[in-house]
Ligand binder design. Structure first.
Ligand SMILES: Cc1cc2nc3c(=O)[nH]c(=O)nc-3n(C[C@H](O)[C@H](O)[C@H](O)COP(=O)(O)OP(=O)(O)OC[C@H]3O[C@@H](n4cnc5c(N)ncnc54)[C@H](O)[C@@H]3O)c2cc1C
Length: 302
């Protein structure tokens, strides 16, 4: 087997900058490391047979200043040029995935896109976060390099439950409003709450809501178990199931609430049309409900 890394440097002066053209050769079984000096670096990651390795993660780290930059290679194994301040750097190549880094709002290179114009959740502003050459100290890396994707997936097991809870809150609001309205509104000489067709709709709404709530409590209990260091088998399935079921349920309940208010359900003087628009996002973010079904099926078939 070849060495973990066989670097070959071609150094050329260009203007005032020193360009180090780096070819990083690594074996797939080991983390590759080499030392370079400051300047601008660019290169291609090659495997032991000299073939380009797309999707490799290149980390450039100055151990003295804790300055870290990460870049992934393109389809031909190339990584973009990096401007490095003075110092000596370690370049690490891995094919193991991303690193998770904490980036702060005040960091240089962090900016935000224009506020999005949305269907719902207008009380919660949504903007793209733009990161341009943001230097991040190594002390802000969560876990080891290459574990970022695993960290992100594990985080979703917990955060998806919060979307289930959000969906339940929206649905409960819509049910409460609709239940109050049907007792007040009269048609054909009586309150519409007296019509069995209306009662059955309310019963179905409350039944779905309670089922979603119990599933969410179950997922939340597993999440707490995992957070306190105990094994929580079934957490991934339960959190996806809670998010998916509660959000589908919230969409159905808020739509039925609009229906129960008739024409008034459709106008902005009453709150249920907003709840219907707000419910929609819970089926989309933190992974769409199609993706939740992919996650659940994978758990079942594993
Ligand atoms: C208001 C708002 C706030 C957001 N906040 C955040 C945030 O804070 N952080 C963050 O990271 N993201 C955030 N997002 C992004 C959100 O998580 C994504 O939009 C969402 O996960 C869906 O991804 P996508 O838009 O790329 O859809 P796509 O992946 O393009 O999906 C489009 C359609 O294809 C379907 N689809 C895709 N793949 C499959 C598959 N394998 N099988 C079946 N169907 C599939 C989807 O279900 C969907 O119906 C936010 C989005 C919005 C609208």
């Amino acid at each position: 087997m070849r060495n973990a890394l066989l670097p070959s440097f071609a150094v050329q002066a260009k203007g005032l900058s020193l360009y180090l053209f780096v070819t990083l050769v690594f074996s797939a079984s080991a983390l590759a490391q080499t030392q370079i000096t400051s300047g601008t670096i660019q290169g291609t990651v090659l495997d032991a047979n000299g073939a380009a390795v797309p999707g490799a993660n290149v980390e450039v780290r100055n151990p003295e200043t804790n300055f870290v930059r990460n870049v992934s290679t393109d389809d031909e194994g190339r990584f973009v040029a990096l401007q490095l301040p003075t110092g000596r750097y370690t370049v690490t190549v891995s094919k193991q995935g991303f690193a998770t880094l904490v980036v702060e709002k005040a960091d240089p290179g962090v900016s935000f896109g224009a506020p999005e114009k949305k269907l719902g959740i207008k009380g919660s502003p949504t903007r793209a976060v733009i990161l341009e050459d943001v230097p991040v100290p190594a002390s802000r890396m969560i876990g080891e390099p290459g574990t970022g994707f695993r960290t992100a997936l594990a985080t979703l097991d917990h955060t998806r439950i919060t979307i289930a809870a959000q969906a339940i809150g929206i649905a409960q609001g819509a049910l409460d409003y609709a239940a109050g309205y049907v007792k007040q509104r009269s048609q054909f000489g009586r309150a519409i709450a007296e019509f069995q067709g209306v009662q059955f709709m309310l019963a179905d709404m409350a039944m779905k809501l309670e089922a979603a709530r119990q599933l969410t409590y179950h997922a939340a209990a597993l999440s707490e178990q995992a957070m306190s260091g105990h094994k929580a088998p079934g957490l991934t399935f339960a959190s996806s199931a809670a998010k998916c079921f509660a959000s589908d349920m919230a969409m159905a309940i808020t739509t039925d609430a609009v229906q129960l208010l008739g024409g008034y359900g459709y106008v902005r003087d009453f709150p249920v049309e907003r709840m219907m628009r707000d419910a929609k996002i819970t089926q989309i973010y933190e992974g769409t409900n199609q993706i939740q079904r992919v996650v659940m099926a994978r758990q079942l078939l594993a």
